[in-house]
Design a binder for this molecule. Structure first.
Ligand code: F6P
Length: 547
């Protein structure tokens, strides 16, 4: 067991002060920007590649001071050190949490042992495999070069790689990536219809190598390949990534094509090692290495920077302020980048599987809210879908706007418009539009006074809706790695302050076990004793199928 702190934000001295501030503050953001000439300088953090602008949030000096005091009183610094030094902070599974070791540049210890040589050994074999596949030294069974990679995995064994390969689409130099995750056979069917068995490599990615969806898809893909090219093709067309090397062997994948990782890497934090093999195969090794370097730079920033200038800490504190003091129930992530279209989905797992917990680290139910609903879509598409609710809905939803100053496409005009829209939305959310402004605007447009009276309320925006803008210089593998790691650490800080165990996921187990019990009944192999609703649904499924 580690000496990880167990103090929730609600047990700190700062809590009462923050409650008082939440109740007493009036947030007129226009007025604040006018009154505080240094507001942007105070509430932004910049480096050569990043401008993190949190000045459009509903905070001021007093709030930030108390939030930082709260983090200190939760003993956040010791929690950070406990993670980086390999203590078993995932106590319900008795494991260290060391995804940072996968991208570390100095020794990282787990149970007193430097794990860097093990990490480097796997990275070296991934690099050599990637180079052999990309150069054509490792060929398919019929002697053709492999041109396509199909990653079969789900959750952390899918979302990280798919999100990053999409994000780095403009850097693709190698295999064309496909992903199969859903146990809905439609997923596999569409991918198999698109790929050529002679030139396709399947990577079965599963930390446990027991996950129903992944094994079902992997067995079906194997059968498909064997039907097309024969049993011996499996050796050159299948690779695996897992901590369960016996499971991989039983499946029939060669040891030489198997890449391991460790129990101290959580599935949703695993894209940095062997789970990222599809990233390396599609983007090439140098880009994969740059991704790790970016994440490592964020690790160093997180570990060594004072809380006032620490980006993940500030991100986490803003989230706590909104969730626990201003009572906002969800948080939107809106990348103004088509390349990042899977980032909100990735973050849903990273954040909600980590902090969607109601039992604290002392085994007691918490009496405050923990992880919010995380959601989002890329801009500008979201503007034409759910932004109405962001601007005029009844609940305030804080937004992270993510943008890159330079375009990845050759269409500069598109990119200028993309950026203008991103900035416009955060400005509109913050400033809104007063009734007075609406009336003047309508009068200037020659609208009748009767129509103005009828319409002005609908056209008024209250504003004071918070957002943070995360602006990178350009979309590079380094910056993508950096950004993902910032969010990983934000999640960690919030878990510490909510006093929950962020690195287990017991909540997903019950449904898995029940599905196993229901399956033979759905297949009509057995009868089962379920609640009336479940029984009726099963009966109806059988009836519909038989009709
Ligand atoms: O069901 C949740 C989960 O356990 C995730 O935490 C994990 O990323 C996913 O399933 C896949 O697990 P595995 O990599 O073991 O197949």
């Amino acid at each position: 067991m580690s000496d990880f702190p167990t103090i929730a934000f609600s047990d700190t001295a700062a809590h009462a002060a923050l409650k008082g501030l939440a109740a007493s503050k009036q947030w007129d953001m226009r007025q604040r920007f006018t009154a505080e000439s240094d507001r942007f300088e105070k509430f932004s953090i910049s480096s050569s590649e990043l401008l993190f602008d949190y000045s459009k949030n509903l905070v001021d000096d007093e709030v930030m001071t108390q939030l930082i005091a709260s983090a200190e009183q939760c003993k956040l610094s010791s929690a950070i050190e406990a993670m980086f030094t390999g203590q078993h902070i995932n106590q319900t599974e008795d494991r260290a949490v060391m995804h940072t070791a996968l991208r570390a540049k100095s020794p990282s210890f787990v149970d007193g042992r430097d794990v860097t040589p093990d990490v480097q050994a796997v990275l070296t074999s991934m690099k050599s495999y990637t180079e052999r596949v990309l150069s054509g030294e490792h060929l398919g069974a019929t002697g053709k070069k492999l041109t396509t990679v199909v990653n079969i995995g789900i959750g952390g064994s899918d979302l990280g790689p798919v999100m990053v390969t999409e994000a780095l689409k403009s850097f693709q130099v190698g295999l064309k990536p496909y992903f199969v995750s859903n146990v809905d056979g439609a997923d596999l069917t569409y991918v198999l219809a698109d790929v050529d068995p002679e030139t396709t490599l399947f990577i079965v990615v599963s930390k446990t190598f027991t996950t129903q969806e992944t094994l079902t898809n992997a067995h079906a893909a194997r059968t498909w390949l064997v039907e097309k090219l024969g049993e011996e093709a499996v050796a050159s067309h299948f690779a695996a990534v897992s901590t369960n090397l016996d499971g991989v062997k039983d499946f029939g994948i060669l040891e030489a094509n198997t890449f391991g990782f460790w129990s101290w890497v959580g599935g949703r934090y695993s894209l940095w090692g062997a789970v990222g093999l599809s990233i390396a195969l599609s983007c090439g090794w140098n880009n994969f290495q740059a991704l790790l370097d970016g994440a490592n730079a964020a690790d160093e920033h997180f570990r060594r920077t004072s809380f006032e200038k620490n980006v993940p800490v500030i991100m986490a504190l803003l989230g706590i302020w909104y969730r626990n003091y201003l009572n906002f129930g969800s948080y939107a992530i809106i990348p103004y980048s088509q390349d990042l279209h899977r980032f909100p989905a990735y973050l849903q797992q990273a954040d909600m599987e980590s902090n969607g917990k109601y039992v604290d680290r002392n085994g007691q139910a918490v009496d405050f809210e923990t992880g919010p609903v995380i959601w989002g879509e890329p801009g500008t598409n979201g503007q034409h879908a759910f932004f109405q609710l962001l601007h005029q809905g009844t609940e305030k939803i804080p937004v992270d706007f993510i943008a890159f100053a330079k375009a990845t496409s050759p269409y500069q005009d598109h990119h200028d418009k993309l950026l203008a829209n991103c900035l416009a939305q955060s400005e509109a959310m913050m400033n809104g539009k007063t009734e007075d402004e609406v009336v003047k605007e309508m009068q200037a447009a020659g609208v009748s006074e009767a129509s103005i009276d009828q319409l002005k309320a609908y056209r008024t925006f209250e504003g004071n809706r918070p957002s943070t803008t995360i602006l990178y210089k350009e979309l590079t593998p380094f910056n993508i790695g950096h950004m993902i790691a910032l969010y990983e650490h934000k999640i960690f800080v919030q878990g510490v302050m909510w006093n929950v165990f962020s690195f287990d996921q017991w909540g997903v187990e019950l449904g898995k076990a029940l599905a196993k019990r229901i399956l033979p009944v759905v297949k009509k192999e057995k009868s089962g004793d379920f609640d009336a609703s479940t029984s009726a649904l099963i009966e109806k499924i059988h009836q519909f199928i038989d009709e």
